[in-house]
Design a protein around this ligand. Sequence first.
Ligand SMILES: C[S@@+](CC[C@H](N)C(=O)[O-])C[C@H]1O[C@@H](n2cnc3c(N)ncnc32)[C@H](O)[C@@H]1O
Length: 374
Amino acid sequence: MTPVDVAVRAAIDRHGPLPFDHVMAAALYDPAGGFYATGGQAGRRGDFLTSPEVGPLFGAVVARAIDGWWAAQGSPEVAVVVEAGAGPGALARSVLAARPACEGALRYVLVETSAAQRAHHRDHLRLEEPSVAFAALPDPDADVPTEVPAGPIVVSTASLPRVDAPCLVLANELLDNLPIGVAERTGDGWSEVLVGADGGELVEVLGPLDRGTAARLADAAPGAPKGARLPVPRGADRWLADARALAGSGGLVLAFDYGRPAAELAAVTPDAWLRTYRQHARGGSPLRDLGTQDITADVPVDLLRPVPDVLATQADWLRRHGIDELVADARATWTERAAIGDLSAIRARSRVTEAEALLDPAGLGGFAALEWHP
Ligand SMILES: C[S@@+](CC[C@H](N)C(=O)[O-])C[C@H]1O[C@@H](n2cnc3c(N)ncnc32)[C@H](O)[C@@H]1O
């Protein structure tokens, strides 16, 4: 038994069967034995990389979106970007490498709960203490104007910071890793799938689901047959409440993830949207060997509270923020310098290949881009 198995069984002995989100939270984030607490990281899917790990192009487009948001605010002296679930920091590196127009104003905060992942931030980024990044935010009421240090200033923290300015809160493939409850369509509505213990095994049992959630599921997937299951995005809802409060008025919450409407998720077997990964391959049952495998779930985009203000495919979002222009530049460089074969020719060639992966409708291009404008 793993340390997380032992902790979950002890909790079941004390409290009775637990909702799946409690078990998922322990399996991924238990400080003593959770998958992410003990060194698990993105890139886990072998040849299925996250968008920032494909190469720097994704970050270059995100940098343009950051500039667009900053310009729409009137190009303030300080532009705060908070990247939640930053993993080892690949997206931060490529955003900063793209040298956005707002870089002199930029405070870039990497937020990552896993200490093992946070340790990588220092490998490639010059980090400052959070007190430096936020000590001198301009105070509109001050008699003497505050002297604001030039950016980019980059900091790394374990939890969302408190910031007295509108922020752009960014999250790539975070929501799918936040704990979900699981609900099952039963004869007379929707029930909660709980995790109990039977001898040596963790087993599923059905229990009551709160009325509000049951009503939302019934609305979102009215045709779901008996036995259909749906994820209940409790962890994402909690994170979203914090992220929207942090972003504040004029802020933006921007997330990229596997996402589908609830009706589509209810129409397929749960193993199509609740997946485990271990050592670059699909893992076993999410109730086995807790803490030794990653657990991810597609985001039911229309069950999130509140629903996003903007919902697009990642491919459409990248196009709206100028990926085609960046790729056209790269093609021109490649045509001009292919015969020379220098570094800029090779970078240009790789940018074209990255774009194919990021825009593939059957892969990363089909991901959901979700925006909330608090
Ligand atoms: C699938 S990884 C994605 C990493 C990176 N964004 C990428 O795209 O490669 C999700 C990361 O989110 C982190 N995480 C989970 N919950 C978090 C939270 N509430 N705040 C910050 N980080 C969190 C995990 O430790 C993990 O490193």
